[in-house]
Write a protein that binds this ligand. Structure first.
Ligand code: HEM
Length: 242
């Protein structure tokens, strides 16, 4: 008889990470981190509406502050890079969890699904699969435009002058249109993502449906509404802070 090799026991965290429930938690936690970023990013960018004090533009001061959080305890940029690494890791894990959940769903699709159930589920997941990559593509374009200032994207970019860079970028109609479309896609993604997050974590007691719906709608309307207002303010010239 052949001897059986004992299977090495993996740490419970590794085990959990590999499970379907674990992937759903990863999706939810990283989604909430990314949501937190877009909420704070929008609030920070509302400084375009704050008139300058003593000739100083608050949006530029805010950019400088972000680069020097915890200075001199930490050198410039260190804290910002910790935040950036957190965002990069959250994005990678969010996408990885989505890919493995999609593969598992496809492999386990029950034969007895009613046509209606299948259509409803696939409509929601199809739109998530469309808006997710669109938002990711937008972020890369947006970094090239307003963070790295790569010449073909933003030829008048000046490092550290956020107000100048915003004006140079968002006074071009095509750019503003793309930013608006991407923000609407982000809104859809947030709305559906926040709503289904509770469902997939099993926190779906019908008693709290109204509260869940309100939460998903409020976050979406605040983020997308704020971003569209900023776009309009820069494009139509009613943002005194730039
Ligand atoms: C109207 C909407 C938006 C405006 C006006 C805007 C503006 C800006 C500006 C000016 C910067 C550069 C900041 C600096 O150099 O100090 C920036 C960076 C960034 N934005 Fe946006 N943004 C918008 C929407 C978004 C959205 C919807 C996302 C994500 C889905 C996003 C993700 C980022 C990221 C990841 C960075 C890089 C942050 C870093 O340097 O660490 N932005 N944005």
């Amino acid at each position: 008889m052949e001897a059986q090799t004992p299977t090495a026991r993996r740490h419970w965290l590794v085990e959990f990470y590999g499970s379907t429930v674990g992937k759903k938690w990863v999706m939810a936690i990283t989604g909430v981190i990314l949501m937190g970023f877009v909420v704070f990013h929008m609030i920070g960018n509302l400084k375009v509406f704050v008139p300058p004090v003593d000739g100083e533009l608050e949006i530029n001061l805010y950019g400088e502050w972000l680069r020097s959080v915890l200075f001199p305890a930490l050198p410039h940029y260190v804290f910002l890079w910790i935040l950036r690494l957190g965002l990069i890791v959250a994005t990678v894990l969010h996408v990885e969890a989505m890919i493995s959940l999609t593969r598992r769903n496809a492999a386990a699709k029950p034969q007895g699904y009613t046509k209606q159930e299948f259509q409803a589920a696939s409509y929601a997941s199809r739109t998530m699969r469309l808006t997710g990559p669109l938002v990711l593509a937008f972020v890369i374009f947006h970094l090239a435009d307003l963070t790295w200032g790569i010449a073909p994207f933003n030829p008048d970019f000046i490092h550290g002058d956020v107000a100048n860079n915003l004006t140079a970028s968002l006074t071009r109609a095509g750019w503003v249109f793309f930013y608006a479309v991407a923000n609407i896609a982000l809104g859809y993604h947030l709305w559906h993502g926040l709503w289904s997050m509770f469902q997939s974590l099993g926190l779906n007691n019908p008693r709290y449906n109204a509260a869940r719906r309100l939460f998903a709608q409020a976050v979406t309307v605040i983020v997308v509404g704020g971003n569209l207002l900023i776009l309009a303010g820069v494009f139509f010239g009613f943002a005194p802070g730039i």
